[in-house]
Design a protein around this ligand. Structure first.
Ligand code: NOJ
Length: 552
């Protein structure tokens, strides 16, 4: 087998947790979450039952994009701890049986990175070609029509010279030139640095963006109307055919595989197109796993959600990292209706994702059913709000600090003020309250993860077979397990062949055991064929089931 081919590893069927370091827990009383606080609260994740923790960037950074603007890839930001704190966190994770993934940000650096500072010295700098420079058009206009994710053109003129440099995010996040072998060599060194320290894998930031069209052609105007979260509105006016998702980008990851052979390579391939996204993981070539963001933008309708789940799974089963929420979009509990309904739907959606092949990721706070915090424009930190001047599209609402318990600082910090406002929590949002109450969202998430683990152990590994024919039920079967979610406005019924199956999990907290075949509005059920009891549906009757309708 060629070196770059990857076989599924520990991560197959595992549950990940996105730990957004700046808002998880503050261990040094400055109002900003850090590695010390993260270590002290890792037990929460072990108790919850996740397998792996993804730590968002903790490297030295001017913080223009909450740490995704890195000025030193092999160190820890002093506000967030030290390398020793990182080692201690890793050791604690090991004790608790948790794997650790870290963010690697290869598309761009901070403009404060020594490479870029050196590049600014002029065309003779040894680092000039680490970045993408071009002459302006006649009259001084930017070299092409590309726009930045966070607003404005994707080009900024070198203050001391004539050339422009490329940045697909902020001007303070210059894009690296991945045509240059030296850049690749630098990143292999960085990967090995962290792998040698003991991390289990890497979440690769905007993994589809590293290569650009060699002649930097203009992007055509958009044909579609999708509003992508995590970008300004102007970004959506173009078809991004020349600035991202270019041929050759997978070669980079094939090379990385030889640098860190047994580390998980998980790509943030933010394309919202299942065919283009799954190219990054097909045939075990390229990346091990790719995030798939379809569920974060799907409407609350069975047809929309079925599309968002079924196609990527069919194209790359087992290679998808499913997400219902992350630090770049509205929290599912807010996006899906807010209030109790939004919370119900959030867990309903996560239940559907959690039993699919691949990995499923929970974003911190979603296990509590948190809603987006209100962040007034004056408190905004996100560059989409600050630089792009689109506060409504800003991502701060999903990034407010975790409420651990009531009292000053919500158990997040002892500092007078947190880096972002807390949002409007009540006692019932806190980890402490929810741990005490077995019917809380937190306990339900925990039960779901436990069921997932048991089923995984029991060998429910089959490729999902999707039930068709029912308007409002999204349902799939894997071996002796059926997962069914009702997205309609009336209770629905599972096909009769499953009515004797046992309820292993109800997202509404209904008792496990036998059931009446009914899936309530906004409920997801996990059913298992009882051993030695009824419900002996064969593959043949299953085929018949898939066209039956509730109540028929
Ligand atoms: C994706 C990250 O998730 C997001 O938070 C960040 O702003 C961009 N990449 C740029 O690094």
């Amino acid at each position: 087998m060629p070196d770059h081919l990857c076989t599924p590893g520990w991560w197959s069927g595992a549950v990940g947790y996105e730990l957004y370091v700046r808002s998880f827990a503050d261990g040094n009383a400055d109002g900003l979450g850090d590695l010390i606080g993260a270590r002290e609260h890792l037990e929460h994740l072990a108790w919850l039952g996740v397998d792996a923790v993804w730590l968002t960037p903790f490297y030295p950074s001017p913080g223009r994009d909450a740490g995704y603007d890195i000025s030193d890839h092999c160190a820890v930001d002093p506000a967030l701890g030290t390398l020793e704190d990182f080692d201690r966190l890793l050791a604690r994770a090991r004790e608790l049986g948790l794997r650790v993934l870290i963010d690697i940000v290869p598309n761009h650096t901070s403009s404060e990175h020594p490479w870029f500072r050196s590049a600014l010295e002029g065309p003779d700098s040894p680092h000039r070609d680490y970045y993408v420079w071009r002459e302006p058009k006649d009259g001084g206009a930017p070299p092409n029509n590309w726009v930045a994710n966070f607003g404005g053109p994707a080009w900024t003129r070198d203050p001391a010279g004539r050339q422009h440099y490329l940045h697909l995010f902020l001007p303070e996040q210059p894009d690296l030139n991945w045509e240059l072998p030296a850049v690749d060599a630098e990143f292999r060194r960085i990967l090995r640095f962290w792998r040698d320290r003991g991390v289990d894998g890497f979440r690769i930031d905007v993994a589809h963006m590293l290569r650009k069209d060699p002649t930097l052609r203009d992007n055509p105007p958009a044909r579609r109307t999708t509003r992508e979260p995590g970008t300004v509105e102007a970004w959506d006016r173009f078809e991004h055919v020349h600035d991202l998702d270019q041929d050759g980008v997978l070669d980079i990851y094939r090379g990385w595989r030889t640098a860190v052979p047994d580390a998980l390579l998980l790509g943030e391939v933010y394309l919202l197109d299942p065919v283009r996204t799954t190219r990054y993981v097909q045939d075990g070539d390229g990346l091990d796993l790719t995030f798939w963001f379809g569920p974060m933008v799907a409407d609350w309708s069975a047809a929309s959600l079925r599309r968002a789940l079924r196609e990527p799974d069919a194209l790359a089963s087992g290679r998808i990292a499913w997400v219902a929420g992350n630090h770049d979009g509205a929290r599912p509990a807010s996006r899906l209706g807010g209030g109790p309904r939004g919370r119900r739907r959030s867990l309903c959606l996560f239940t559907l994702l959690a039993l699919l092949p691949g990995m499923a990721f929970l974003y911190q706070g979603d296990e509590l059913g948190l809603q987006d915090g209100v962040v007034e424009p004056a408190d905004a930190r996100d560059p989409i709000a600050v630089h792009g001047r689109e506060p409504a599209a800003g991502r701060d609402g999903a990034r407010t600090p975790i409420p651990w318990r009531t009292g000053h600082g919500w158990g997040f910090t002892t500092a007078p003020r947190p880096w972002l406002p807390y949002g409007q929590h009540t006692e019932r949002d806190t980890v402490a309250w929810q741990r005490e109450h077995p019917d809380s969202w937190l306990h339900r998430h925990r039960r779901l993860l436990e069921v997932r683990r048991q089923l995984r152990r029991d060998g429910a590994h089959g490729v999902p077979q999707w039930l068709a024919g029912h308007e409002d039920l999204v349902a799939y079967r894997r071996d002796d397990v059926l997962v069914a979610a009702n997205l309609g406005s009336e209770p629905a019924t599972v096909p009769p062949a499953y009515s004797a199956w046992q309820v292993r999990f109800s997202s509404l907290g209904r008792d496990a055991g036998s059931h009446d075949g009914v899936v309530a509005i906004d409920e997801a059920l996990v059913l298992e064929r009882g051993r030695g009891r009824g419900g002996t549906s064969s593959a043949g009757t299953f085929e018949a089931d898939v066209v039956s309708r509730a109540g028929q």
